[in-house]
Design a protein around this ligand. Structure first.
Ligand SMILES: CC(C)(COP(=O)(O)OP(=O)(O)OC[C@H]1O[C@@H](n2cnc3c(N)ncnc32)[C@H](O)[C@@H]1OP(=O)(O)O)[C@@H](O)C(=O)NCCC(=O)NCCS
Length: 159
């Protein structure tokens, strides 16, 4: 599975579609966490627009043949050599077909000058832990109060 052909960088005009994808994709995560009070489900249109307008954040969107927004992921830098990958989401009707993995690989491949990648997911989201483990990430810390774990992987530095 590759998403290269259908993936573009999203911007503020895509905010409505991205909000819809975000709300749909994260409901399952909210169920697992036992709360809908998680950031992807709390944000509104203005928050999504602001993230898309932030030059420090790169948001990728994958569209299917009809133009429908099917998946997203975003990246930013924590420090000079460490990237953060976040908001990896796939529309609920198309999960488990390899799109999420392909989006993660695409986001990683577009990073430059990076030797470490970190991300955060729910402490109880065991499916996500397995998914990220398969992509080489290991849990490095847990925040019981926040209900999250941080995962990281070291990567070969690409200049
Ligand atoms: C996490 C998420 C992005 C994964 O996306 P996805 O498209 O389902 O990912 P993939 O299909 O690449 O992989 C998921 C699993 O399906 C399996 N799979 C992949 N292709 C498959 C296929 N053709 N048939 C059956 N299973 C398949 C993979 O083996 C993988 O299993 P694993 O979790 O044990 O590694 C998606 O479930 C999602 O949007 N979740 C809600 C938001 C969220 O929690 N995001 C992550 C936290 S930031």
């Amino acid at each position: 599975m590759t998403v290269e052909a259908g993936t573009t960088r999203l911007g503020p005009p895509d905010a409505g579609e991205l909000l819809t994808l975000q709300l749909a994709a994260w409901v399952r995560e909210g169920r697992t966490a036992g709360t809908i009070e998680i950031p992807p489900l709390q944000e509104g249109l203005a928050d999504v627009e602001a993230a898309l307008a932030d030059p420090a954040v790169t948001t990728w969107g994958y569209r299917g043949p009809t133009g429908r927004l099917l998946a997203t992921v975003r990246t930013s830098m924590i420090d000079e050599r460490t990237a953060f990958v976040g908001r990896l989401g796939v529309v609920p009707d198309l999960i488990r077909q390899g799109i999420g993995g392909a989006m993660l690989r695409l986001a990683e491949s577009r990073l430059t000058g990076v030797s470490r990648i970190e991300l955060v997911t729910g402490i109880h989201s065991l499916d996500n832990h397995a998914f990220y483990a398969r992509h080489g990430y290991k849990i490095v810390s847990a925040d019981e109060a926040e209900g999250t774990v941080r995962l990281a992987k070291n990567v070969h530095l690409i200049e």
